[in-house]
Design a protein around this ligand. Sequence first.
Ligand code: ADP
Ligand code: MG
Length: 701
Amino acid sequence: MAAQILKTPIEYLKGVGPQKAEVLKKELGIFTYGDLLQHYPFRYIDRTRFYKIKELNGELPAVQVIARVVSKEIIGVKRARRLIAQVKDDTGILELVWFQGISWVERHLKTGAAYNIFGKPSVFNSRLSISHPEMELYNLQDKKQGNPTLQPVYSSTEKLKQYFLDSKGIQRIQVGLLETILKEVPETLPHYVLQNHKLIARSEALVHIHFPNNPDSLNSAVKRLKFEELFFIQLKLLKNKLLRTQRYKGLVFGSVGEKFNSFYSEKLPFDLTGAQKRVIKEIRIDTQRPVQMNRLLQGDVGSGKTVVALMSMLLAIDNGYQACIMAPTEILARQHYHSITHLLDEDFVSVAILTGSTPRKDRKVIHEKLQTGQLKILIGTHALLEDIVQFDNLGLVVIDEQHRFGVEQRAKLWKKNNIPPHILVMTATPIPRTLAMTLYGDLDVSVINELPAGRKPLKTIHLYENQRLRMYGFMREEIAKGRQVYVVYPLIKESEKLDLLYLEAGIQNIADEFPLPEYRISIVHGKLSPKDKEFEMQRFVKGETQIMVATTVIEVGVNVPNASVMVIENSERFGLSQLHQLRGRVGRGAEQSFCVLMSGNKLSREGKIRLETMVRTLDGFEISEIDLQLRGPGNIEGTQQSGVLDLKLADLAQDQELLQKARNTVIQIFEDDPELIKEENALLRNYFEEKKDGITWNKIS
Ligand code: ADP
Ligand code: MG
């Protein structure tokens, strides 16, 4: 939307004026011509088809009928006063009813004349009628036969309707707008892009999205505008990436050295999976070039991201640099510390942990050793960001669990070295490809889509409420084998009271079914103080309790290898990604693990799909794709604050192919003409010149 005219304030449009403009701004956020132009219809009424009266029924949407008026009559008094007209075609009779504007209609409606009648049929007392139809005299000679188009329907509000801006009213000002500006609507896509993808011109698309002649013209309009939407998101993202690589030098990890190699051949207790090897190679290639790496590593819980992070850190150390891992919570930081120190001996590489609760005395030692370069790997929480934490030369930052950093925090991180360190962000929340391309399109993305071999795949079972006793029996069997069990309840804010009741009732049930002294239960929920929570958790971790009843607070938390059963109560109320995360809490030890999804006896269609999906697959990527299809991108974890999802037309669940095409097109353009200096790319160059903005930062890099 480049042209100046599109920025014209909406009140200057014919038929709008200051009052309506005010309401348009308030109600629909329409400030300018351009905003109105992008207030696309949300559906269309098919006026290409004519119905016969005998085809009508109460289920149809608004339809068109051609019929002749045979009678008209005003009946009733006061509020019951209405005008009824009977119309007839060669198949039957239909009643038209008006409750308002009766006199006017009565005066103008011509008995004996044929009309093109448009409205929603309904059936009352087995009589077919249409109230307040749109009427247009029908002219047999007129070849166009009424108004053979798809008629746009615009979203409006009660307030707007008071100002005559119902769907029809908006349609009217759209017509005015298109007449005013159409000749000046600029093309935004290069000619060759239009040609290659068989896209229609922008001005044409704008006419047809508001007033399509037929379904085909609507489709080409929508395709063109969706492509444009996706194309410019990609253009910005990839331009960002280009600028970043041009502006910031990167540290070169030139060689694979002694630590990396000896870890690989002597310390690594298992063979890497193919996916792990592939990702390590990707990181190796990234860090070899003098360009800062910004890589997102996605992999399900248990896919083995830690060892990938560790080997990347060894690569940094071999090249004379330090590395750090930052985790969102103290518990997770400790876990990393334990698993890493478990794999390395103290004299192999020096590792330390720094969190909010590190005693001052230890802190001081850590700070010193960091500055002298003695300490090679630092693991911690946000405490790492503090200014006092200074490295000798920080080469790689690993960020666990997809932190969202603001500009300030990022700056702090980057400034920990003269040349910004390489960044590896790890997340156990797989997101669909289209979403990744849109949210993290300026990062490189690696995927571990393979679990280490030899693990017993977790089994998932779905039981209905009336099978509850089976679930208790199963729990007893597993506990008898020495295993531990999680029982999780949903706790969703809006209905917290009810949920607490569920939780309390559930705890009571479990306590009755699993009585002392044979069984011991930990209970953890959000209302506990952190200290009590930790105490209860620790009892479970140490194996003092066999059952942990919890709300979703355990989603991100401790690793208890002996806990091999996850029972999820009211599972139909959890979203797919949440179910997947919860299930990921078990299946970490050597034993066969189970997830039991308990649900009410009646399920919604979506609830059913969710639970079936969970039973069918363990693949987080597949699950995330289905989640996207079911809920749309706005509801996928982590996307809510993201502006890039303010898509007007494109749909990341439906438009995968178009998105891939748009991205590939942009990639090719930048490969071929990174500075956009070629004449054929003039439009794109102008786009950036007008915007004049530099790098806009992705949330996580
Ligand atoms: P996550 O991706 O969830 O961070 P971890 O890195 O914690 O996963 O790995 C989960 C477990 O799998 C750890 O105990 C780790 O030692 C083990 N593991 C990782 N890679 C492999 C492998 N290639 N073969 C066997 N076990 C592995
Ligand atoms: Mg992990």
